[in-house]
Design a protein around this ligand. Structure first.
Ligand code: KIV
Ligand code: NA
Length: 275
């Protein structure tokens, strides 16, 4: 399995890091078999799997439940788990307890936290306790209400300069990688050039050291809104719908199950049964 130092080496060598989210056993297995470098058990699970309209209702218990399944499906891939909304802004010792519990119960390789500001001290604390931390800057879905929606971040020179400083602070605090979400590609290039740790972009251009996409978005699985920065590499939704329609038709028409799908009793046993 690749480690945090391998990711730093990949960045130095200009080798791109491929990351994708997964929330269950089959998706994790699919990602690992395809050669994904890092899997994220994102709190986006709230939207794409649990049907909420934001990441806010997602709990630590939800994250642990899904992360365990992902770990079982991808034993040899670096797994990062999101700390959900509200789980790392209270008392720092409570946060550390939660983080340790998440690591121990899920077998994750790292945890991801959104933002800088007071989160810098949390990155420092968790790293000191031996927990690799992935930072997350730019569009912060857990703060969508404060940001005024899901919008591109860092478009002005002032915001861009702040983001570069925040990224450096995350690195200094010990972060092992940084996710950059929805920022102009020129800013991504600047952030990446200022750091030793890899930047993983989503809606942040090709200049990032790696890319991450949401499983359900990139495979077009489910009926949620898909953002502009996503390329759909497959159409699972279409395949699934068509399969389901055919199943219903076959049941109604009595053409399923066919003889190869059912079991037969011996004549002798049947005779006895009828007496
Ligand atoms: O939860 C998630 O899927 C994420 C990615 C968008 C980076 O945090
Ligand atoms: Na997330």
């Amino acid at each position: 399995m690749k480690t945090t130092s391998d990711f730093i080496k990949m960045k130095a060598a200009g080798e791109k890091i491929a990351m994708v989210t997964a929330y269950d056993y089959p998706a994790a297995k699919c990602a690992e078999d395809a050669g994904v470098d890092m899997i994220l058990v994102g709190d986006s699970l709230g939207m794409v799997v649990l049907g909420y309209d934001s990441t806010m209702p997602v709990t630590v218990a939800d994250m642990v439940h899904h992360a365990k399944a992902v770990r079982r499906g991808a034993k040899n891939t670096f797994v990062v788990v999101d700390m959900p909304f509200g789980s790392y802004h209270g008392d720092i010792n409570e946060t550390l307890k939660t983080a340790i519990m998440m690591m121990q119960q899920t077998g994750a390789d790292a945890l991801k936290l959104e933002g800088a500001g007071e989160v810098i001290a949390v990155i420092e604390k968790l790293t000191a306790a031996g927990i690799p931390v992935v930072a997350h800057l730019g569009l912060l879905p857990q703060s969508a209400g404060v940001l005024g929606g899901y919008k591109v971040q860092g478009k002005t020179a002032e915001q861009a300069a702040t983001l570069i400083e925040d990224a450096k602070k995350c690195e200094r605090a010990g972060a092992c990688a940084i996710v950059l979400e929805c920022i102009p590609h020129q800013l991504t290039e600047l952030v990446a050039a200022n750091l030793i740790i890899p930047t993983i972009g989503i809606g942040a251009g090709v200049e990032a050291d790696g890319q991450v996409l949401v499983y359900h978005d990139m495979l077009s699985y489910g009926s949620h809104h898909v953002p502009k920065f996503v390329q759909q590499f497959a159409d699972m939704g279409k395949e699934a719908s068509s399969g389901m329609v055919h199943y219903v038709e076959a049941v109604k028409a009595g053409t399923f199950p066919a003889s190869q799908h059912f079991f037969t009793m011996k004549e002798e046993a049947l005779d006895q049964l009828y007496g």
